[in-house]
Design a protein around this ligand. Sequence first.
Ligand code: PLP
Length: 362
Amino acid sequence: MSFCDLALDCVTKLQPYVPGKPIEELERELGIKDIVKLASNENPLGPSDKVLAAIAEASRDVTRYPDGNGFTLKVALAEKYKLDTNQVTLGNGSNDVLELIARAFVSPDEEVMFSQYAFAVYPLVTQAIGAKAVIAPARDYGHDLQAMSALMSEKTKLIFIANPNNPTGTHLPAQQIEAFIGQVPQQTLVVLDEAYVEYGEQDFNSIELLGKYSNLIITRTFSKAYGLAGLRVGYALSHPEVADLLNRIRQPFNVNSLALAAATVALNDDLYIAKTKQLNDAGMAQLIAGFEQLGLGYIPSKGNFITVDVKRNGEEVFAELLQQGVIVRPVTNYGLPKHIRVSIGLETENQRFLDALGQIYD
Ligand SMILES: Cc1ncc(COP(=O)(O)O)c(C=O)c1O
């Protein structure tokens, strides 16, 4: 007997999420140190001293369960965004929240829509609940909202839009997003996934749209600009009824106490975010200059990563970079077999990557 015969059909067909290769794994495989990891869009600055102090303080209490309602963090988020605490749902990373949304609202005979090249977790959560994924063709590697509108049906229950998108880094302007949400029927939920919002131009306060469109859910994370990927904390901002439903199905203690303490301190550390953005802008310019020197095209990005056209098999380039101790991300699984995605690192890390890439094109 195979356990696959016992499992749900939608589960046996799932292709598991492939994370960036951990540094320790490559160290074990190659027996080398000094590895540069630019594969998971993490913040190269590392946690701030304030965050480390908050974690140390909270660690004294790890014998206790965390606050299952995340009261202090929710108050801080509500204050920052001028919302009510009952509009916040906390998650074990924003991936957790994306899954909660699909589980709470979509049944197997309904459809979930997202774009070609959209973030890999959208097809995963759709398939895990046995619903149908409707994939709209991209335009210039970004979401084509007109194509999405054209594919909508009465079965469309949920639409995922990552802005900026991962792995392409493409970004949609505020007016386009609002015009799109404005014509989506009330019974279709729109998730605006803003995992990388802090890196872009702050020309648009998407949170103001929550007051206008009750079917809008905004998701954000502490994993990227806030530098807390390892702690796993993200959140959704929504209509209170939506938040109530999401909170009913989440695990009672889905965000741990160290994560709650760290995120509460990190949230209002504007200086850290400003430094992060400055480093990212400089690193992005450094990488683009390097690509241009090598004659490689790239997809202009508003995130903390950039996807470059390597003009040959991306998996091979990835493997050759690994041999030189540099971990990036192949994106064949996204239908981009001749691209690789590289996260923006410290200046020295970016240079290591560019030098290693240069070796390949020598
Ligand atoms: C577009 C997008 N959304 C959500 C996430 C989820 O991040 P986390 O679960 O760490 O909050 C990621 C992570 O890579 C992402 O790229």
